[in-house]
Design a protein. Structure first.
Length: 96
């Protein structure tokens, strides 16, 4: 087995880690209350038009998707430290 992040070999019996990601579409319901019915209709029509151009699998994935990855120990530590892969302070090399 190999690590999905670094491609390093994970020997049989070595400790490894499973990252499961559940990505779900969400919308702030309080935002809907401030929209007119025309705006809601327009938004719904745009969503339907966008969905019509997707395959069933793509449409489902745009609403909810689950993925799983195997990580080695060092990659687990890196993932825990920065799970959203945000730029780290100072990573740009700029000093001002
Ligand atoms: Zn790794």
């Amino acid at each position: 087995m190999t690590c999905d992040r670094c491609d390093g070999l994970i020997e049989t019996g070595d400790v490894h880690y499973l990252v499961e990601i559940s990505l779900t579409a969400d919308m702030d319901p309080t935002h809907l209350g401030g929209l007119s019915s025309d705006a809601l209709s327009d938004g719904l029509q745009r969503a339907l038009d966008a969905a019509a151009s997707l395959s069933e699998a793509e449409a489902m994935a745009s609403v909810h998707e689950k993925r799983a990855f195997v990580l080695c120990g060092p990659c687990r530590d890196a993932y825990r430290a920065n799970p959203l892969a945000r730029p780290l302070p100072g990573a740009s090399g700029l000093i001002h």
